[in-house]
Design a protein around this ligand. Structure first.
Ligand SMILES: Nc1ncnc2c1ncn2[C@@H]1O[C@H](COP(=O)(O)OP(=O)(O)O)[C@@H](O)[C@H]1O
Ligand SMILES: [Mg+2]
Length: 252
């Protein structure tokens, strides 16, 4: 699918694409209802929405943690539930806990995940250290176990894994929740630099201010449906918080 809103990149294919994506859990809950969205290389997409709206479900479908009931979560054009190996190669999921080993140091985590994603020899220690420095983790914590890290430091370690894997797509579920303002600021700058390298970023957040700063496209999910989507340009001069609250209260 091509997008007119993609700022002169309209011939680029989406890196992440939800197509009629629908998820009904086994207990009958319709968590996602015919959701369509695209994230292009070099762009960041932020999903806003109340608790229970379906944001985590969307991310989990892209990660192939769960199967869709209908539709597809495509990564580089391929439905995630049809090619789990491709997902492992193309997608990095950055979260404070999932995927990181708390009893490993930062360097050991990086080396381990580099091997998992296909670099059979792993990385030289100095390569790992270079990437850790790039994401803002100073030398004195490279050999400390992850369990001694703050949430902000763990998130940075997650980003370091995405960098070292060279993953073209990065998924994040509420990445700034629980971070202090400085850590959130640093983390968003880091995401911005990854986007500038051409990676596609899909995140959920409750932080309207940060969403506005980082995202090229913003979508509001309500009861499993994408009820609004606008680009940065379309939101110019608009009060996103008011737009959001109007959707939540049913005024829009
Ligand atoms: N494993 C599950 N089994 C059944 N229902 C679930 C499961 N996970 C989430 N849900 C339900 O699906 C809906 C969407 O949840 P979720 O995707 O976690 O929303 P969000 O991340 O936007 O808060 C909610 O009604 C939630 O209770
Ligand atoms: Mg969630």
């Amino acid at each position: 699918m091509e997008s007119d809103k993609n700022n002169g990149m309209s011939r680029t294919a989406p890196m992440l694409e939800a197509v009629n994506l629908t998820k009904r859990y086994d207990d009958g809950v319709l968590a996602l209802d015919d959701l369509n969205l695209s994230v292009f290389p070099g762009r960041a997409y932020a999903m806003l929405g109340a608790n229970g709206a379906g944001k985590t479900t969307t991310i989990n479908l892209f990660l192939n943690f769960i199967d869709p009931t209908e539709g597809e979560a495509r990564v580089a054009g391929v439905a995630s539930h049809r090619d789990p190996l491709l997902i492992r190669e193309k997608v990095s999921y950055v979260s404070e806990n999932v995927m990181l080993y708390m009893n490993f140091s930062a360097v050991q985590n990086l080396d381990f995940f580099a091997r998992l994603s296909g670099r059979s020899k792993g990385f030289r220690r100095d390569e790992c250290r270079d990437v850790l420095r790039r994401v803002g983790l100073e030398d004195d914590c490279h050999d400390r176990k992850l369990k001694t890290f703050s949430k902000g430091m763990r998130q940075k370690c997650g980003i370091a894994i995405a960098v070292i894997k060279g993953a073209p797509a990065i998924l994040l579920d509420e990445p700034t929740s629980g971070l202090d303002p400085k850590a959130a600021f640093e983390f968003m700058n880091l995401l911005d630099s990854l986007r500038a390298e051409g990676r596609a970023i899909l995140m959920s957040t409750h932080d309207i201010f940060r969403a506005r700063e980082i995202a090229d496209d913003i979508g509001i999910v309500k009861e499993g449906r994408l009820v609004m989507q606008r680009s940065r340009e379309e939101l110019e001069g608009e009060d996103l918080e008011k737009i959001y609250l109007d959707y939540m209260s049913g005024l829009s």
